[in-house]
Design a protein around this ligand. Structure first.
Ligand code: ZLS
Ligand code: CA
Ligand code: ZN
Length: 391
């Protein structure tokens, strides 16, 4: 408007409603919406708002949620409260419990994070944005008629469905440490969505996502082979992850040639996460976003959040990844005026640095259980699977 050119060729939009951050799953629950406050403060502290369009997102409507979710599930989700849950029943049927508690304002919380994904999708559909970001979304475990793994509404499925109205093919990539089962399952039977999840596998939630889990096997199912899974073990390091991610994601993009990519950036794959057991640093996690962005000239790109249970590192990762989108580089020293800056200071919290070494803290390092042969075999397997779907 004032004739000042932005430093990047990409129009980036950031979708967020601060009402989402005040919700609480319960004191001991690992999912803390407050991590979004911390993320926002870092983004603003580094001035990234000047390099992108920021929008206060609206809550999704019930009708919009019905595009994927069942009516009786939504009836339940919208009417249950901590006060009436005793009388309501059906908690087990819809999988409410320790992982997915009933909490105050839960329905508003769900509509808010889903609304931000709808808004992000709309900006991509209208081509007002090249890259749209919703850090409050990415809740990949929610099913059509069931809550699961801290997720109630599957905003990713809804956003992909919206983009399928303008694009023939959408690729979903998931770097959360958990398997993206809800998204995979929702698109089991279509060849218009390819899903690719990297995750810890073996005695770990949700238990699905083995390498040979590629979609229901039938020649009549166009979705067969359209689910790609990269099961990993504890302790994967920066170099191994970068190498695996670029080779496999690169091959998937080339083979499938999607018009849009949705990237779930779950930050529980970082070293030092309360639930995850990988050894990744912020820059290696961010490399995945850089890599996908580099393949997105002429493709729409949506970034969503997801897991992440050490709030200061979630904020670091998502702020860094916002900077990657706008093409800025950040000083390692976190600006002095950032509110809650003390969350990032002190030896335990990363010495006020944006890029502390998360993987080398002796008490936090996980033994690396990946052999060269295992990683090689996994790449080979994916290449073989991709050969099946080449047309
Ligand atoms: O991908 O492992 C499980 C299921 C259980 C063990 C835990 N108990 C409570 C329920 C039964 C088998 N659930 C995982 C879910 C992980 C979801 C990840 C979401 C995402 O990152 C996307 C947002 C799990 N891991 C850890 C916990 N649950 C967990 C740890 C601590 C607590 C406190 C609150 C609640 C009960 C005590 C809880 C859950
Ligand atoms: Ca994953
Ligand atoms: Zn996770």
């Amino acid at each position: 408007e004032n004739g000042i050119e932005r430093p990047t060729g990409y129009n980036v939009s950031f979708h967020y409603n601060p009402k989402v951050e005040g919700h609480h799953f319960g004191r001991s629950h690992p999912m803390k919406p407050w991590r979004l406050t911390l993320t926002k403060q870092l983004v603003l502290g580094y001035g990234l708002q000047y390099a992108m369009d920021t929008y206060v997102s609206r809550p999704a409507s019930r009708q919009e949620l019905e595009i994927f979710h069942g009516k009786s599930y939504l009836n339940f989700l919208s009417s249950i409260t901590p006060e009436n849950m005793e009388q309501m029943g059906d908690l087990g049927r819809f999988n409410f419990g320790d992982d997915c508690p009933v909490f105050d304002g839960m329905w508003d919380y769900c509509r808010l994070y889903a609304g931000a994904s709808f808004d992000a999708a709309a900006k991509l559909i209208s081509k007002q944005s090249d890259i749209a970001i919703n850090w409050s979304g990415g809740l990949h475990h929610a099913k059509k008629n069931e809550a699961s793994g801290f997720c109630y509404i599957n905003d990713i499925v809804l956003a992909i469905q919206a983009m399928l109205t303008v694009e023939s093919r959408v690729l979903y990539v998931d770097i959360d440490v958990h398997h993206g089962d809800g998204v995979e399952q929702a698109f089991w039977s279509t060849d218009r969505v390819m899903t690719l999840s990297y995750h810890k596998f073996g005695d770990f939630f949700p238990g699905t996502g083995a390498m040979d889990e590629t979609g229901p096997e039938s020649i009549e199912n166009p979705g067969w082979k359209m689910a790609l899974n990269v099961p990993l073990h504890d302790g994967i390091d920066d170099e191994q992850y970068r190498d695996l991610f670029s080779e496999i994601t690169g091959a998937a993009i080339e083979t499938f040639n999607p018009g849009a990519i949705v990237l779930q950036c779950g930050a529980d794959s970082l070293g030092g996460d309360r639930l995850g057991k990988f050894n990744l640093n912020i820059r290696a996690h961010g490399y995945c976003i850089e890599f996908v962005k580099s393949k997105c000239h002429n493709r729409r790109l949506m970034l969503v959040g997801g897991g992440g249970y050490t709030p200061r590192n979630v904020a670091r990762a998502w702020c860094h990844e916002t900077s990657v989108c706008v093409g800025a580089s950040l000083k390692n020293h976190i600006p002095g005026h950032v509110p809650y800056r003390q969350a990032f200071t002190g030896e335990e919290n990363g010495d006020g640095l944006m890029y502390p070494d998360l993987a080398n803290h002796p008490s936090k390092r996980h033994p690396n259980l990946h052999s060269k042969e295992y990683l090689q075999m996994m790449k080979q397997n994916i290449h073989t699977q991709l050969r099946f779907i080449q047309n």
